[in-house]
Design a protein around this ligand. Sequence first.
Ligand SMILES: Cc1ncc(COP(=O)(O)O)c(C=O)c1O
Length: 374
Amino acid sequence: MKNISFINLDAQRLKLNGAIEAAIQKVIHHGQFIMGPEVREFEIALEKYTGAHYAISCANGTDALSLALMAMDIRPNDVIFVPAFTFAATAEAVALLGAVPYFVDVDEKSFLLDQTSLKRSILDAQTRGLRPRGIIAVDLFGSVPDYETIQIIAKENNLFVIADAAQSIGGARGSKQVGTMADITTTSFFPSKPLGAYGDGGAVLTDNAEIAESIKSLRIHGKGKNKYDNIRIGMNSRLDTLQAAILIEKLKILPEEIEARQKISDYYSERLPKPIKKQDIPITIKSAWAQYTICSTNRDRIRDRLLRKGVPTAVYYPTPLNKLQAYRDYPIDPLGLYISQKLSHLVFSLPMCPYLTQKNQGLICQLLEKACHS
Ligand SMILES: Cc1ncc(COP(=O)(O)O)c(C=O)c1O
């Protein structure tokens, strides 16, 4: 049997039927590789798609977080609450500015920021005389946290909210699209993301004109009237024109790709073997299905059996951030991070790609059933 791919980017390229190659050719011919016309064209398309007033592209999703924090004037020792069960970049952007990532636990069913843990952690930080400034919630695996409640908690404590939507562009919660639920939303166009480039890329989304203006400045060395009029310390973090040209084409098919991901998720969910639990996605949430993630106490054995039959799986994430060498000295929820720890031992993700054939979906489900019961 031919091995199944975890993600099949070539099937997407073939579906686009030459559009990506043509877009690349066009950029090569006009030669404006930095901040060429496709960059703004893509940003406008992203604004239209998400409903955010401003989309400002940048070099990657990690920089998008840094730019968002810099726009909120984050200073050394400011405290930012982040979930412990996420990719390191969420906390890295905070630590790199000399600020303090404070690790909060996640909910056992949704895998998203736990509000009780968040409230307890804010109170703890205040009691200890630390300087809480903001919250970064993460749209893990494409699902969307309850930003309405998180915003209420934030307002009560004079904090801002950043949505780390690296994995969720195309998702929604109720009538609100990802990109419109927090003070600032950041995203990534890493190739394997639901909207992926052919290299690195990222964007910051906001409805706030002032924040948008400072991010436009920060991404080009803190420019003022022009590049040689530097009014603040910034970064060099622009989206390449080539990547923007590719993303314009890919964004056109994102809605149908998300629908296809939803169908695959439904198919998987209907056939999950009994002992397997999955990330809970309430009916009001439209996940972007960056990953289809399940839990088992026999994870390693099941993964091994699947791999031997040609089905790759992946573990996101094997270690909660507070247990990683780089992050273990930062503060955590005073009651501990039990769920983050537990999930890191149980979770694994099945192949997820809009172009996964029905035959392969069926095969994956059959082999999962066998791997669980033999
Ligand atoms: C939750 C989360 N935040 C931030 C990032 C960083 O994005 P990038 O790799 O584009 O820097 C990622 C990328 O994997 C991510 O999954």
